[in-house]
Design a binder for this molecule. Structure first.
Ligand code: CP
Ligand code: NVA
Length: 308
């Protein structure tokens, strides 16, 4: 693996396999109550410019379980928020800590940070991408379906950071991705064009949710208004009419299709309460797996010798 995890493109096929294998082992050790302090004495910085429940907690609990410590940093509290350059911040932090997870708006910021940092930088979500989430989701699919090879994964809703990350994953791994987004809410054009070009099993880009979901093994959705888009909530609710993952839409998928959502969810908007709490939903297991997969990522990226 590369020094950083900023996008799914930082991984090759072996990289995915290594993460999933480690995550499975770490999950088993935790379940059996076996201590595994492979990152003892290491410190993870956690720089968050946006809210988070799962990402923040799973990284902080994860580094703790691996014997290290997490330090939560909000932009408000550090000099970055007062205009200290990203380059200086990255270089200085690299002298104190052993890795950093960053959740922010611009993908450029994590790229710039990684460019100057000598420690691993992990993308904890940007407006463009959410690679840790899609890696946990793929691990969940492996657990539930035995693998992702040849599956049809349907994504219905906003063409956002989750959609972009799914497209990146489909470009790298052999599953078929069918996306349905309303016009005007498409995923990133460059990511989609590249994904379609590189995908082995194909990426379909559609406007009709039923077409995307038809015969699917996995149905995935996310909020209609992401963090930073709260002002657009009302107009989006209109634009996304017909894109709700409800019982009728689910009926187009295979009977044993699993329902996934990265959370937080807005029940009654992008997904009904009946579907999210229904028998085919795997969302709670999916959320749990953030912990195991991110522990695997930290172990791989941060177990090298410390320069501190
Ligand atoms: N799915 C996810 O990243 O959740 P949080 O925003 O709570 O971290
Ligand atoms: N698309 C959502 C994902 C949250 C985990 C957002 O960016 O708010």
């Amino acid at each position: 693996m590369k020094k950083d995890l900023l996008t799914i493109y930082d991984l090759d096929v072996d990289g995915f396999g290594e993460i999933f294998k480690r995550a499975e082992r770490l999950k088993g050790l935790l379940r059996r109550g076996v201590a595994h302090e492979s990152l003892r004495g290491k410190t993870l910085g956690m720089l968050f410019d946006k809210s988070s429940t799962r990402t923040r907690l799973s990284f902080e609990a994860g580094i703790h379980q691996l014997g290290g410590a997490g330090i939560f940093l909000s932009r408000r509290d550090i000099q970055l928020g007062r205009g200290e350059p990203v380059a200086d911040t990255a270089r200085i932090m690299s002298r104190y800590i052993d890795g950093i997870v960053i959740r922010t708006f611009e993908q450029d910021l994590v790229e710039e940070f990684a460019c100057y940092a000598t420690i691993p930088v992990i993308n904890g979500l940007t407006d463009l991408l959410h690679p840790c989430q899609v890696l946990s989701d793929l691990f969940t699919i492996v657990e539930k379906k035995g693998g992702y090879e040849g599956l049809k994964i349907a994504y219905v809703g906003d063409g956002n950071n989750m959609t972009n990350s799914w497209i990146n994953a489909a470009a790298r791994l052999p599953f078929h991705l069918a996306i349905a987004c309303p016009e005007g809410y498409d995923p990133d054009g460059y990511i989609l064009e590249r994904g379609i070009r590189e995908s082995e099993e194909g990426i379909e880009f559609l406007r009709t949710p039923a077409d995307a979901v038809s015969g699917a093994d996995v149905i995935y959705t996310d909020v209609w208004a992401s963090m930073g888009q709260e002002d657009e909530q009302e107009e989006r609710a209109v634009a996304f009419r017909g894109y709700q993952v409800d019982e009728r839409l689910v009926s187009y998928a295979k009977d044993d299709a699993i329902i996934m959502h990265c959370l937080p969810a807005h029940r009654g908007e992008e997904i009904t309460a009946g579907v999210i709490d229904g028998p085919n939903s795997v969302i709670i297991d999916q959320a749990e797996n953030r912990l195991h997969v991110q522990k695997a990522i930290m172990e791989i990226l941060m177990s090298g010798g410390s320069e501190k």
